[in-house]
Design a protein around this ligand. Structure first.
Ligand code: UDP
Length: 308
């Protein structure tokens, strides 16, 4: 089986490639290294089943493959806001090019969409039938609207060209392999706590996120790819919704430090509450996240301690 993984040098991509390589499948990892890292791929440099394609997915490319995992796009606000026009292009042109590869090969394509398509939601938890509340002209729009237009494209390729698309909406993933400078709250807090630096909290800190461990997510993605469903399907951990204030407290306690907290105004369009409904994933994929935030954080702290 030949798998194309776009964005394979990123956090989710390299965990997915590990699984595929373990199953002795062939992997074509496509990345332009704009946010993905070469060191994530070094371990497969001599593996005959691993092939690197250094390419920017916003430009068309022909590749013969059997399955496509379309992950390419910076995912942390810190990275996707650095070059918002490139982020929009990656979402639109990148997905268009990935769908063209799928159409030409008649292969299934799994697209990693995001909880960002729900914006700052006014229903809780968010289920897949909710259309979302998204600002189309805000700072985050390049990512949230980008994921939305990419989803539209996927469904038009399904309707027009019968491409077997699968849309996974991913909610806040974390774990071993994240960059220490990823910019997201969990890595910022852990790294600052390990370095005994103060923590920055935007807004009142009562906004929530639900954190899903990378190992649970990868299981969900593989089940989805092997299914007959198109989705969209939420993949996230509804059992681990915490406020940012609570997260700061949990991490300080785990690392055993008392830290100063700097308070800043809220970020524009920052979702106040985020938690997936995963009834669809339960029912259709028989998927349920297993790893608690307690255990997942312990792993992540050990990993970040090693790399710091
Ligand atoms: N946040 C924070 N301090 C940080 C980083 C993030 O208070 O150092 C807040 C941010 O405003 C948001 C939440 O934590 O409300 C999650 O932000 P993150 O960048 O991790 O990802 P998001 O879920 O917003 O994509």
């Amino acid at each position: 089986m030949r798998n194309l993984v776009t964005g394979g040098a990123g956090f989710i991509g390299c965990h997915l490639i590990s699984e595929l390589i373990m199953k002795e499948e062939n992997v074509y990892c496509l990345d332009d290294f704009s946010s993905g890292k070469r060191f994530n791929l070094e371990k497969w440099a001599k593996n005959k089943n691993f092939h690197l394609i250094e390419h920017d997915i916003t430009r068309p490319i022909d590749i013969d493959v059997d399955k496509i995992w379309h992950l390419a796009c910076p995912a942390s606000p810190y990275f996707y806001l650095k070059d918002p026009i490139k982020t929009s292009k990656t979402n639109y042109l990148g997905t268009l090019n990935a769908l063209e590869i799928a159409r030409k090969n008649n292969s299934p394509i799994l697209f990693t969409s995001s909880s960002e398509v729900y914006g700052d939601p006014n229903i809780h938890p968010q289920n897949e039938t909710y259309y979302g509340k998204v600002n189309s002209i805000g700072l985050r729009s390049c990512y949230s609207e980008g994921k939305r237009i990419a989803e539209s494209l996927c469904f038009d390729y399904l309707r027009k060209h019968s491409v077997d698309v699968k849309i996974a909406r991913i909610f806040n993933v974390y774990g071993e392999g994240m960059l220490e400078k990823d910019g997201r709250v969990l890595t910022n807090f852990i790294c600052n706590a390990l370095n005994k630096k103060s923590l920055d909290i935007f807004g009142d800190g009562e906004q929530t996120r639900s954190f899903c461990h990378i190992k649970d997510l990868i299981k969900g993605l593989i089940k989805f790819m092997n299914s007959n469903f198109n989705g969209p399907i939420n993949l996230g951990n509804p059992y681990e919704e915490v406020s940012i204030n609570k997260l700061a407290e949990i991490i300080s306690k785990k690392i055993n430090v008392t830290l100063k907290i700097n308070r800043f105004p809220p970020l524009e369009d920052d979702p106040r509450k985020r938690k997936p409904s995963i009834k669809r994933a339960n029912k259709l994929l028989n998927w349920n996240p297993q790893i608690s935030l307690e255990d997942g954080l312990d792993d992540t702290i050990i990993y970040l301690k090693e790399i710091l």
